[in-house]
Design a binder for this molecule. Sequence first.
Ligand SMILES: Cc1cc2nc3c(=O)[nH]c(=O)nc-3n(C[C@H](O)[C@H](O)[C@H](O)COP(=O)(O)OP(=O)(O)OC[C@H]3O[C@@H](n4cnc5c(N)ncnc54)[C@H](O)[C@@H]3O)c2cc1C
Length: 478
Amino acid sequence: MTRAPSARRSAGFEDKDYRSYSFWLETVGEDLAPRPSLEGSTEADVAILGAGFTGLWTAYYLLRQEPSLRVVVLEAEISGFGASGRNGAWCTSGFPVTPGELQRRFGREATRELLVEMRGAVEEVGRAARAEEIDAQYFRGGQLRIARGPSQLPGIEEAYQSLRRLGLERDLRLLDADETAGRVRITDARGALFNPHCATIHPARLARGLARAVERLGGEIFERTPVTDYQEGDKNGSRPSLVTDSGEVRARTIVLAGEAYLARLRKLRRQILPIYSLIVLTEPLSEEQWAEIGWEGRECVASNRYTVDYRSRTEDGRILFGGRGAPYHYGSRVRDEYDIHEPTHRMLRSTARDWFPALEGARFTHAWGGPLATPRDWMPTMSYDPSKGVATARGYTGQGVATANLSGRTLADLILGRQTAITALPTVNHRSRPWEPEPLRWLGARYVQRGLMKVDDRAERAGKPPTGKTLAEWLGRH
Ligand SMILES: Cc1cc2nc3c(=O)[nH]c(=O)nc-3n(C[C@H](O)[C@H](O)[C@H](O)COP(=O)(O)OP(=O)(O)OC[C@H]3O[C@@H](n4cnc5c(N)ncnc54)[C@H](O)[C@@H]3O)c2cc1C
């Protein structure tokens, strides 16, 4: 099933078919009937914009610690509508900034602590899902970073070494070509780095189950309630609020947890750059096809290209094949119709067949996509300003499943005034500089996107790793 974007472009709330936004929302096992919208104004202790993983985990941990709080979540569509209900199913300890770059910016100890917490977040997602009896299909198969072709071998080795320098290599394994093929047979795979700190999930089941867990704890979720603006509090006693067309929620603290969609709010337009990540999905494969591919361990699989790609094997025996590369849209626009970009989806289908010749003749049944948020320095923030009563967590650059769990726990601790190990991480109150105004932003983003694809292709053709010295690579780092 590929969605017809033209049909959805004009869809108002009434005729939106939420199941059509991803395979995950289609197979969530419930009818996705929207919860009531906010009518009129109200008061809360904490008002949260967005019912994705960030908003829901924040509500969850706040209520777990302080059951008497009044926590209200305002969601523009339905819980799990955004990236949380559409992603590549990786719940990974991977972080958007590389370990080497983190160490350069924040030092060895802070980097180590952050990466250890990310590993803990992978565990915690599984633990909480079990505790709340959410059928999230959590499966801890680990992840394989594949060197596809000789040009990617040094990158794998460097990834291993950068974690070794932090003393975090103990349960990682560098695999040669034969050992890699023993796990999953991919054309031209020359080796891989195996990292056990990764699980697959059914993202929409997790998001929707989490929404129900929040309600069981006493939280209130209003759906189809877009926040059009927000007000910060001030020292004179005026309270912060989330503003909607039908009223506002005044609170002690507001939490902005809208990730890529935050670019729609005028005040935050330049804080993050929305980038689209797209996915294709095969039909369930036959036993013969699986015998050819292997992959019994259901590891999450990626290559070592700059232009991110990711794969996972679903519980019902399909291959999910995702990647970036769809073009940035002028003015940081985020629209439903951008979820489908036929040239990128076509490229993903053809690359999938390239990776797995067993897919010759297999049907691709689904294609979808969604926006993720990139901050100017790729570094997510988990912040709280008590003087304004505003908290936010955002900027996961496509590695947000486990990170959002860490965000939820961190924001809960910050809002409740608790100093814990995670409130001392370098993500806390991190500020990224804003993106350039248009048209510079568009020119830069498109140049880097196209440039990095060319760098990847050239490296593969030459069989040598990228030099790191092209303008696109330099701009991508600065
Ligand atoms: C196609 C794709 C594949 C991905 N794959 C992976 C992966 O495999 N592993 C991984 O770790 N990460 C992945 N990511 C990223 C990950 O899914 C996100 O980082 C994570 O889900 C972000 O959660 P969130 O709650 O912050 O944002 P979202 O899930 O985007 O939720 C934000 C919510 O806020 C609502 N909202 C926004 N603005 C408003 C407003 N003004 N008023 C009210 N509500 C509003 C939205 O409707 C939405 O429901 C992927 C992302 C995409 C798009």
